[in-house]
Design a protein around this ligand. Structure first.
Ligand code: AKB
Length: 318
């Protein structure tokens, strides 16, 4: 029987994608990998886990052979804000990691899921209703690697028949692992402050609109895309994907519907602000809707309600 391998398994998406895949396909069939030590907790015990730095092609190939892997969800990567602090590391992990995943997929016949990002757009891209196919001149090392990654996935598909598929994720909002080093992280951090009864100090300006998505939608999108008949996919790498668009002020207002005394203040980080200003306000995800039936389930109100409920259960607050 063939199996699934997830890189970046201990990160923001991986922490939730692994149980999601295991519930669907069986615990033993999903191999979690991460460059950090295996975290404690039941989800890490019920199926295989292996240490993996995605730049290590030998270990990656060995795991793919040992576990008879036929699909790789390649989530390992350095995010946008951290990438600007260390562009050499970001390029090394994000590009060489993807290259290794595509190479092992070429030699072992695996399908690949690649998470691109709104970061693959940049100055010159239309910010509103950003089309599926348009100008893409990102200026962050993260965005450059995402765009290069989209092209590399297409190259491996056209030249070697690797079944590589991807989405351009917006900022992802989740209540388990923290994102760690992205420009959209504020949209997760704000909930922790609100539930602790603290004012939130936001690094982005009040009116900075960005695409966002609740994690459950992001997981479902990845699995649905990988399950679609290949001949339906015209824009494989990578599909614009969004669920909502909001600014910090709009998000704060939505939180105040539950916690009326919540307050937000602004101390704009010029690096993150410049990145956010170069990203879409709202993408057009019509190609994903038309080609593989993408529909988000969580809007802003639903996301705020579930984040506050799930996080308050975890943090033991109101
Ligand atoms: C980031 O902010 O770097 C990521 C992304 C939008 O790709 N969340």
């Amino acid at each position: 029987m063939s199996n699934i391998l997830v890189t970046g398994g201990t990160g923001q998406i991986g922490t939730e994608l692994i149980p999601f895949l295991r519930a669907r396909y069986g615990n033993e069939r999903v191999v979690a990998t991460g460059h950090r030590k295996k975290p404690g907790g039941e989800i890490w015990e019920v199926g295989p886990f292996a240490g993996l730095d995605v730049r290590d092609s030998v270990t990656l190939a060995e795991l793919v052979s040992r576990y008879h892997v036929d699909t790789i969800y390649h989530l390992a990567g350095v995010l946008s804000a951290v990438g600007e602090d260390n562009p050499q590391l970001a390029w090394d992990v994000n590009m060489n990691g993807l290259y290794n995943v595509l190479e092992v997929s070429r030699t072992h016949g695996c399908a690949v899921f690649f998470p691109s990002s709104i970061a693959a757009f940049g100055p010159g891209s239309p910010l509103d209703n950003t089309p599926q196919v348009t100008v893409q001149r990102p200026q962050t090392i993260y965005g450059i690697a995402k765009l290069s990654g989209e092209l590399l996935c297409d190259y491996y598909h056209h030249h070697y028949g690797v079944d590589a598929r991807g989405v351009r994720y917006p900022g992802l909002i989740s209540h388990q692992a923290l994102p760690g080093g992205g420009t959209t992280d504020y949209a997760v951090e704000i909930f922790y402050a609100a539930l602790r009864g603290e004012s939130y100090c936001c690094p982005l300006a009040a009116d900075t609109a960005l695409d966002m998505m609740y994690m459950d939608d992001a997981l479902r999108a990845a699995v649905e895309l990988m399950a679609v008949e290949p001949d339906r996919l015209k824009h494989r790498n990578a599909y614009n994907l969004t669920a909502m668009s909001f600014s910090p002020e709009i998000l704060a207002q939505a939180i105040r519907a539950h916690i009326p005394d919540f307050s937000i203040e602004y101390d704009v980080d010029p690096v993150r602000q410049a990145i956010a200003d170069s990203w879409p306000n709202r993408m057009d995800d019509g190609a994903a809707r038309a080609e593989w039936g993408w529909r988000p389930a969580y809007d802003l109100e639903a996301t705020v309600a579930i984040m506050l409920r799930k996080l308050s259960e975890r943090l033991g607050s109101r």
